[in-house]
Design a protein around this ligand. Structure first.
Ligand SMILES: [Zn+2]
Length: 282
């Protein structure tokens, strides 16, 4: 997470937003804290999950209940190249989650991807030091805070469902996104997609996941995220990954093309935090 959160904030900043782009994206992640003190906090994301240190808490970490995820395919969705990721906006679609040890209903806001130039990297989180070629974040906000902007800096403000990808067979559930890439090659390009079945895109079994409290992975790095990182990966073919790497760019249309690959933040120290899980990880 999450360039998209950032773009959301940026657009709210009005005429000043080119300054923000400059500060954030021409500054290396290890300098973010100079401009955004939260980025130097003690509960930052992503982290490497060391499975031997994880504490099991099946009573609290019950299965998630997803509302509206199944009907997503009937909805038109806005797909955006924001120069940092490919993001599908879900505001106002009535999709939400409960359960999963969350204290309230969390409304789906957007989802987006992080991927690498090669299969050896791309995910933000790691498990026992191992990275995945891609990671997807579905960002939700706590309904008690009314909207995303109110929730973004509250301790219980956001819940992100995170999914790893593994290279395997072609995933038809990703096609609505990938086939739209020719329509959104450059930053700030938007298009509308249909027939994206979000629940079908996710692994069938969602009962196994890790849980910890962390942050946005882009400035301003608020420590407002309840992370759920699922065991079961989503399949993607090498060819589909190549589309993410080659068909969308981080620049505006009148500039030289630079691809978006490697849009992940380096691992952050876990410090005093505990990672929990819902069941045994194997
Ligand atoms: Zn993200």
């Amino acid at each position: 997470m999450t360039r998209p959160l950032l773009s959301h904030i940026l657009t709210r900043k009005g005429p000043d937003h080119y300054h923000w782009y400059h500060v954030i994206f021409l500054t290396r992640p290890d300098h973010w804290h100079l401009h955004y003190p939260h980025c130097g906090g003690r509960s930052q994301s992503p982290v490497d999950i060391r499975t031997e240190n994880v504490i099991r808490d099946p009573r609290k970490l019950a299965p998630f209940l997803m509302k509206g995820y199944d009907s997503a395919g009937d909805l038109q969705m806005d797909l955006e190249n924001n120069g940092h990721t490919i993001q599908i906006n879900l505001q106002g679609k009535g999709m939400s989650i409960t359960g999963g040890g969350l204290s309230n209903v969390y409304m789906a806001h957007q989802f987006h991807f992080h991927w690498g130039k090669t299969d050896k990297r791309g995910s933000e989180h790691a498990i026992d030091g191992k990275y995945f070629p891609m990671e997807m974040h579905i960002v939700h906000y706590n309904r008690k805070h009314k909207n995303f902007s109110q929730a973004v800096n509250k301790k219980d403000g956001l819940a992100v469902l995170s999914f790893f990808f593994k290279v395997g067979k072609n995933n038809v559930n990703l096609d609505p996104v990938i086939k739209s890439f020719p329509d959104i090659p450059h930053r700030d390009d938007h298009t509308t997609i249909k027939k994206l079945f979000l629940r079908k895109l996710l692994p069938q079994k969602l009962d196994g996941y890790f849980r910890y409290h962390g942050s946005l992975t882009t400035p301003p790095c608020y420590e407002s995220v309840t992370w759920s990182i699922f065991y079961n990966p989503i399949s993607i073919s090498e060819k589909q990954l190549q589309s993410f790497r080659n068909k969308v760019h981080q620049n505006f249309a009148n500039e030289t093309n630079r691809d978006i690959s490697d849009d992940y933040r380096p691992l952050q120290p876990l410090n005093q935090r505990t990672v929990y899980n819902s069941k045994e990880y194997d």
